[in-house]
Design a protein around this ligand. Structure first.
Ligand SMILES: [Zn+2]
Length: 213
């Protein structure tokens, strides 16, 4: 009888361990779409050019943003390249700093990314992505450089084309309202890396060179 219970126990245990592993996908590609419809990303025909403004903040801060992009560049290795430029006009992605949470309804915002369409009246061709990184808390005190890094890592994901959010807690692209660590660097999970690689291996609906919509 003991043996029977042991077998039943092991049988159920195997479900407990196997089912969650089967139920959790290794990517969130379908959550990256703009308006849940369109894959939007940079065309693979040239490296993605990133400009980071160094004039507004300490060099350490702009360096943190650069490090964040380098993590995504590593993740995209062999699929897509990212390079840094010193003129905003040459860039696909423009990163600047401001106290973003001063704006109405943005009290909880650490940073944000917006799409600049090539033509204002025609939202089917990507012009630029503009990232704003928050500099100060509502209280007026500055964010730590690690908080800046964590915010930049998330916003860089958006600017590269992960326009939605990951549904999985722990991924860097989990929705913006998450506990911000001021002392611990967040990382790209295996799922974040797989997702960005898949996105750049998937036919884009909207890019900066052409449109399929
Ligand atoms: Zn976000």
């Amino acid at each position: 009888m003991k043996k029977f219970f042991l077998i039943v126990f092991l049988f159920f245990m195997s479900f407990i361990f196997v089912l969650p592993a089967m139920a959790t996908p290794d990517n969130y590609l379908t959550s990256t779409k703009l308006n849940q419809r369109y894959y939007i990303r940079w065309d693979n025909n040239e490296p993605i050019r990133v400009y980071i403004d160094k004039s507004q903040v300490s060099l350490q801060w702009s360096d943190e943003v650069r490090k964040a992009f380098e993590k995504w560049r590593d993740a995209l290795s062999g699929v897509m390249d990212i390079e840094f430029v010193s003129d905003a006009h040459d860039a696909h992605i423009v990163c600047t700093f401001e106290q973003v949470n001063k704006k109405p309804n943005m009290e909880m915002t650490l940073g944000y990314t917006r799409i600049i369409w090539e033509r204002k009246d025609l939202q089917n061709r990507l012009g630029k992505m503009e990232i704003k990184i928050g500099t100060k808390k509502n209280s007026g005190s500055e964010y730590t450089h690690i908080a800046v890094y964590n915010t930049a890592l998330h916003e860089a994901g958006h600017a590269l084309g992960i326009w939605g959010h990951s549904p999985y807690y722990g991924d860097i692209m989990y929705p913006a309202i998450r506990p911000l660590s001021h002392t611990t660097r967040q990382v790209l999970t295996a799922r974040d890396k797989k997702t960005i690689r898949m996105l750049y291996s998937t036919q884009a609906d909207i890019t900066h060179t052409h449109s399929n919509i």
